[in-house]
Design a protein around this ligand. Structure first.
Ligand code: CDP
Length: 241
């Protein structure tokens, strides 16, 4: 069992710790929440517990569907052991239904089905608010190779198909989500987290939002939304505390 070492990095929602194995790190999930490029800050009680458990379950599910991820195992309520990645400085967004940034950018209402789903690259930069970019920007800047981009794109659509089916079975629509990838011993792995912080989930029928939009838009029942997603991901008998 790897021992926790020094703190390597503190982000907005997570802390990374070294371990005594240089290829492994511990990802710790905080209750801190930020939105609009950290202009809005707050705390969502037990969000870290929910997101750790939701991410662990979704990584394990995706691995079972042939997606290679950084996930090794869940360690405790708020932490998981993951492979140490050299992060590719890109965020992938896949959208199945219009919402958020796409609706703002194009002046279109939320809730329109997108067929086929829309794939976006964003440059990972808080200072620049993660700008939308295309393949040419990435290759010209040397952030990733053309071969890596096609591998990431194919893997991201595989994730979309698997997660859409998973949430559909749980009466939730997967509206959109963000993924990050990294390099590990010559291959690309899915990294970061998959949680209501990084995806939009709408309840079938009611279209009730069960994700970070409840915090972003002051919709109330924020904690309850994370707990409801956890309950649906793990099954009826499991609740978040
Ligand atoms: O969240 P916002 O409306 O600003 O941006 P978006 O591009 O519509 O976000 C698409 C999806 O990616 C949503 O599920 C966001 O929660 C997620 N996202 C994220 O996890 N991290 C970011 N830096 C930006 C978006």
């Amino acid at each position: 069992m790897p021992q926790q070492g020094k703190q390597l990095y503190e982000g907005k929602a997570k802390i990374l710790y070294a371990t005594d194995d240089p290829t492994l790190v511990i990802q710790y999930f905080k209750d801190d929440a930020t939105a609009f490029n950290a202009q809005k800050k707050g705390t969502i009680l037990d969000k870290g517990v929910c997101n750790n458990r939701i991410s662990a379950a979704l990584f394990a599910y995706l691995e079972s569907k042939g997606v290679r991820t950084h996930f090794v195992k869940q360690l405790d309520e708020r932490s998981m052991l993951v492979k140490k990645l050299e992060i590719v400085p890109l965020e992938v967004t896949i959208r199945n239904i219009t919402a958020g940034g796409m609706s703002r950018m194009l002046g279109i209402e939320e809730g329109i089905m997108l067929k086929p789903p829309v794939f976006e690259w964003h440059y990972k930069s808080d200072a620049l608010s993660d700008p939308l970019i295309n393949d040419d920007h990435i290759i010209a800047m040397g952030w990733a190779t053309a071969k890596e981009l096609s591998a990431i794109r194919a893997e991201s659509f595989k994730v979309n198909d698997a997660l859409k089916a998973f949430f559909n079975d749980r009466q939730l629509d997967l509206v959109d989500f963000k993924l990050e990838f990294g390099r590990f011993q010559g291959s690309l792995l899915l990294g970061d987290e998959i949680s209501p912080d990084t995806m939009r989930l709408w309840e079938h029928g009611t279209r009730n939002k069960l994700d970070k939009d409840r915090f972003r838009r002051d919709l109330g029942s924020v904690e309850e939304a994370y707990k409801e997603v956890l309950r649906r991901v793990l099954g009826e008998s499991q609740v978040c505390r």
